[in-house]
Write a protein that binds this ligand. Structure first.
Ligand code: ATP
Ligand code: MG
Length: 566
């Protein structure tokens, strides 16, 4: 490709509204251009990268037994009414009508369409398992599109769906997909972690997210420093606390005027938060419920929403509700003499001689002990908190540490939710109706481009890993308008590279050398050959890998061998 004719609009300065490196570099290196909020045009260089990622995904999915198909972006409302999601989906789903005033949506995902296809085409257990995937545009009207293509409204996803007669078959495909995702991300030279994830309302044992490690990641992932445990923060749990010490103090009450929070309490009494408990009130099925946590811990809303008696969707009680039901303000609540039911996080349940609110405004209790001062049944003890760095891993292997990650993939068990709701049964071995289990396997194809850049850049620009680079070779001809020798040598090398099947970008523009070098670094092509008049006089050109700090001189005659060998 001749750069003089290639649509590669670079920018010297960082665009003002781009706040992560990948977004800045994708704009500056001419990979994408915004059209409207969360909508991007992929320019030729960006599209070349995107196609390479798609190619790797296809190869590995096919190798794992996936069959590629392609479903429509526009989906009829009837299918979503069938599954029950037409009314459940919030404003993320963009709805539209055709000229006959029939309802449609732009597909935010394709469970309904694939399940409809399945129920029409697959009749017998003998045809199972099946694993279908597509690489397709999704539309989600995200509340906050940001970070460029990382959280866009229109984006490309690889979404796969499998159907099974039994759990063992599902488990085998799930393992295969797990391995497949690892292969894909390894081929892309990414530093990634598969982590256990929450299975959401669907339940089931299987759910993993694949995170590319990056400071700019929106997600917190938790891993054991000397072990194999890894989970996202929503799901992560720590080892059970040790046994509760015996009580050593009597319970006493203390006046705590103006104490509204744990930190106020600690300042006033000169104590640390881990000797206190805090009491949060959430909406329950039969009125409000108290959840007690150690003072230094945070509630995990995902875990809390799954506790027995907690109302869906999860919500904290308002201050007015708290006052009505407990007679005290939020800063003075506690488990002793509570007139609402109490659940207690494991770590809070392991405390002795702790301090808590007295359920009387501006009063606390010190030296409180479970059993002696307040009843505590084992059914009340739950895991409701976010883990913190330094906790012991649940399997006892290592301590928990935190990292930031970009979620690029998510695989999970759908169970029979869609196949049952949409009546997608097949005939079982004994002639009965069998509702197949489903698995679902998503990967953010456009998000991956940004994730790759987050991990592969330096101060001067992108440093593409070879399998993803838009071109492998960048030929830069210096002052070719003034030097016939340079022009001839560059044209000759360019033609030979093309003959060899190398992907080559030829900078044949009439630009200053400094501009050409800076742009070459920004674009980040792995191999750079600079042809200049001075070198040619000695029969040499300059060769530099994007990862090298210095160029080396090599004979013009051997440059092609060098490039083909790489
Ligand atoms: P997130 O928590 O980031 O919103 P999600 O749970 O909504 O993700 P899935 O429905 O599991 O995502 O979609 C599968 C994959 O699609 C995600 O792992 C992610 O890589 C990608 N993806 C999801 N939403 C977006 C988006 N708005 N822009 C780009 N990629 C996205
Ligand atoms: Mg989402």
């Amino acid at each position: 490709m001749r750069q003089s004719q290639f649509l590669l609009p670079t920018m010297k300065e960082n665009p003002a509204d781009a706040d992560v490196v990948s977004h800045q570099l994708m704009l500056r290196a001419g990979l994408v251009r915004p059209l409207a909020s969360g909508l991007y045009t992929w320019l030729p260089a960006g599209l070349r990268v995107l196609r390479k990622i798609e190619h790797i995904i296809r190869e590995e999915m096919n190798r794992s037994g996936g069959q590629e198909l392609l479903m429509p972006v526009v989906q009829p409302a009837e299918l979503w009414q069938d599954s029950g999601r037409w009314t459940k989906m919030g404003p993320e789903m963009l709805r539209l009508q055709d000229r006959h005033e029939r309802d449609f949506c732009l597909g935010p995902t394709h469970e309904e369409v694939i399940t409809d296809l399945f129920r029409r085409e697959i009749q017998s257990y003998k045809q199972l398992p099946v694993n279908y995937y597509q690489i397709q545009t999704k539309f989600r009207d995200e509340r906050r599109p940001r970070f460029g293509v990382m959280r866009a409204r229109e984006f490309t996803m690889k979404d796969g769906y499998s159907f099974h007669a039994d759990q063992a078959s599902f488990d085998a495909t799930y393992q295969e997909m797990y391995q497949c995702y690892c292969r894909i991300l390894t081929r892309m030279a990414l530093d990634f972690r598969p982590v256990e994830a929450d299975t959401g309302s669907i339940g089931g044992a299987h759910s993993h997210e694949f995170h590319v490690l990056a400071e700019s990641g929106e997600d917190t992932i938790v891993y054991a420093s000397d072990g194999s445990y890894a989970a996202n923060l929503e799901k992560a749990t720590a080892a059970e606390p040790g046994p509760r010490p015996a009580p050593s103090r009597a319970m006493s009450s203390i006046k705590t005027p103006n104490v509204k929070s744990i930190s106020d309490l600690c300042t006033m009494l000169d104590i640390t938060p881990n000797t206190t408990v805090k009491t949060l009130v959430v909406a329950g099925d039969e009125g409000p419920l108290a959840i007690v946590l150690r003072g230094d811990h945070e509630l995990n809303p995902i875990k809390a929403s799954k506790l027995p008696g907690v109302k869906q969707p999860f919500a904290l009680a308002t201050e007015a509700e708290i006052l009505t039901h407990t007679g005290a303000s939020p800063g003075s609540l506690g488990p002793v003499n509570s007139n609402i039911p109490v659940l207690v996080d494991r770590e809070a349940a392991a405390l002795a001689d702790f301090i808590c609110g007295a359920n009387i405004n501006e009063e606390h209790l010190a030296g409180v002990n479970w059993g002696r001062d307040v009843k505590l049944d084992t059914q009340q003890i739950v895991d409701a908190r976010n883990v913190v760095a330094g906790d012991t891993a649940p399997d006892g292997q290592g301590t928990l540490q935190f990292l930031r990650g970009i979620e690029v993939g998510h695989i999970f068990q759908l169970g029979t939710v869609y196949s049952a709701a949409m009546n997608a049964s097949v005939l079982s071995q004994d002639g009965q109706n069998l509702i197949p289990m489903m698995g679902c396997y998503g990967m953010g194809v456009t998000r991956l481009v940004a994730a790759v850049i987050e991990q592969n850049h330096d101060a001067n620009g992108i440093v593409w890993p070879a399998p993803l680079a838009p071109f492998q070779v960048h030929i830069i001809a210096l002052n070719l308008q003034k030097s016939e020798a340079v022009q001839l040598a560059a044209e000759d090398l360019y033609a030979k590279c093309l003959d060899q099947g190398l992907e080559v970008l030829f900078d044949d523009r009439n630009e200053r050398p400094g501009v050409k070098f800076a742009e070459a670094d920004l674009i980040g092509i792995p191999h750079r050959v600079v042809i200049g008049e001075r070198g040619l006089k000695n029969g040499v050109v300059e060769y530099k890998k994007r990862t090298d700090t210095k160029a080396t001189e090599i004979a013009l005659a051997s440059v092609l061998t060098q490039l083909s060998g790489e």
